[in-house]
Design a protein around this ligand. Structure first.
Ligand code: AHR
Length: 503
């Protein structure tokens, strides 16, 4: 049967005065959990030829700096729900080896809170620290913030100084537990129990340092049975001490159905809109003046490594080491566009994770390399700074399991100060090039500086240590032009595009 021809034209409609929001740079955050080889052999490997005198991998730091990761969530994830932060500080020889029950391994605690803070400074990022509200409670949350943020003269601040950190860390962003709605979570609770506990933890932590911001756990996915009610009840019990509500989501293509896989950003978009509605519902019921914003602090593609087995109780095994392919990079690009389109309410987001574990960066003993998903993440972080314009995308759509999906996802970002305008666009059509147009007459004098394209003939193409440049963006500036104030760009079939203009 002959396929119906689609109209492969897409029009972006923008107005210079119609902005969604200034972008909070923390939406380009990431995540390092004590899991697999994220910490050990990832960011920390004493004795390795790339390690500095502290054992931090310099080659990995270089790639993280290339992305410009503004915040890193740490130390978990599921790991945090039975973690004793005190185990991870003080002389390394005295730190206990512990059974790590979330991932079935042994944690040596040779890299801990003080090393993480030191590493953050060296890599030029800020911490987003998670406290254990699974097996522990508000007393420990109080103690760890005293250790981190009080100058001196108390038990825990003096302990930090004794451990070598004279100045307080002043950690501003705190996660109150992790995925407490999940039955797999150590110390899993009902929404009422968790909401009360998180409210009390936020209260006591803000007594120690009123300048901090707290993130309470939302649902660990849109598909949890308790989704919706969980958010409402947690916020009803913790509203006054809470600043952000978290969202987590991972997508996969186990059925090898690329159009449906690429449509997953539609589900992500609906998830964000629904959670905003719940936050605002609770705000209304409480007659509150305060708005709860969103922290999308785990998002990515995750399925390639599912089912891989590890030897029980070993140290930092190869775990969750997804090898990403080209189509994964396309979806990551669409997910970044989705986050940007909600920049008025999504203030924090963390690509989960950063190194080796479902990560854009991989390491071996002999080097570090960029996975396919590194590129959209890096380019969005580097070029997606400034303000998001309300971008109406007139595009053909297709039916997907998530509902009607646009063939082209796109968003426009401006930086008025530096007089730049950047368009991010994913063409999800696997066969057809699209022609994108955008009326830029309000941006007189703006010219195309670069059109970068990530595409590949093979959707399953990967980057490996031996072939690290198999999938990477190429210059396609010839694909875009401005004529009489109208931008015309070619978006090749199955491609991630970054079109940059400047005056
Ligand atoms: O990122 C991997 C795991 O996914 C995290 O530990 C957990 O929070 C989520 O389920």
């Amino acid at each position: 049967m002959k396929k119906a021809k689609i109209d492969n034209k897409v029009q972006l409609c923008i107005d210079r005065d119609f902005t969604i929001s200034k972008i909070d740079e923390r939406i380009y955050g990431s995540f390092i959990e004590h899991l697999g080889r994220a910490v050990y052999e990832g960011i920390y490997q004493p004795g390795n030829k790339f390690a500095d005198k502290n054992g931090y991998r310099k080659d990995v730091m270089k790639l993280i700096k290339e992305i410009g990761v503004p915040i890193v969530r740490y130390p978990g994830g599921n790991f945090v729900s039975a973690f004793n932060w005190e185990d991870s500080v003080g002389p390394k020889k005295d730190r206990p080896r512990r059974l790590e029950l979330a991932w079935g391994v042994v944690e040596t605690n040779q890299f801990g809170l003080d090393e993480f803070m030191d590493w953050c400074k060296k890599v030029g990022t800020k911490p987003m620290y998670a406290v254990n509200l699974g097996t522990r409670g508000i007393e420990d949350a109080k103690n760890v913030i005293e250790y981190c943020n009080i100058k001196s003269g108390t038990k825990y601040s003096d302990m930090r100084i004794k451990n070598g950190a004279k100045d307080p860390y002043n950690i501003k962003l705190w996660c109150l537990g992790n995925e407490m709605d999940g039955p797999w979570q150590m110390g899993h609770m009902t929404a009422e129990e968790y909401g009360l506990k998180a409210g009390r933890a936020g209260h006591i932590m803000k007594l120690v340092d009123p300048s901090i911001e707290t993130v309470v756990c939302g649902s660990s996915s849109l598909y949890m049975d308790t989704y919706g009610q969980w958010e409402r009840i947690v916020l009803e019990n913790s509203y006054d001490t809470t600043d952000y509500l978290s969202l987590h989501t991972y997508y996969g293509n186990a059925e090898n159905d690329t159009p449906n896989f690429l449509a997953s950003s539609v589900a992500m978009d609906q998830f964000i809109s629904q959670v905003i509605s719940i936050c605002d519902y609770v705000k209304a019921v409480k007659r509150s003046k305060k708005t709860i914003n969103l922290s999308f602090d785990e998002w990515n593609v995750w399925y390639h490594s599912n089912g891989a087995k590890i030897e029980k109780w070993c140290e930092h095994p190869h775990q969750l080491e997804d090898i990403y392919n080209f189509e994964d990079a396309l979806l990551v690009g669409s997910m970044l566009i989705t986050l940007l389109r909600h920049a008025d309410r999504v203030k924090i987001a963390c690509l989960a994770q950063l190194v080796n574990v479902i990560a854009p960066i991989m390491t071996s003993d002999t080097g570090a390399w960029r996975q396919t998903i590194f590129y959209p993440y890096m380019q969005a972080s580097v070029y997606g700074r400034g303000e998001v314009l309300n971008t109406v995308v007139k595009t053909p759509t297709y039916e997907s399991k998530h509902g009607e999906a646009p063939y082209v996802d796109s968003v426009v970002v401006t930086d008025e100060e530096n007089e730049t305008l950047t368009i991010f666009a994913v063409n999800k059509n696997l066969e057809e090039d699209f022609e994108l147009t955008c009326d830029l007459r309000q941006y007189a004098g703006y010219k195309v500086v670069e059109h970068s394209v990530l595409t590949h003939k093979d959707l399953k193409a990967e980057n490996t240590e031996k072939n690290p440049d198999n999938v990477k963006p190429v210059d396609f500036t010839k694909g875009s032009k401005v004529d009489k104030g109208i931008l015309t760009s070619k978006l090749p079939a199955k491609s991630w595009n970054v079109i940059r203009l400047a005056k």
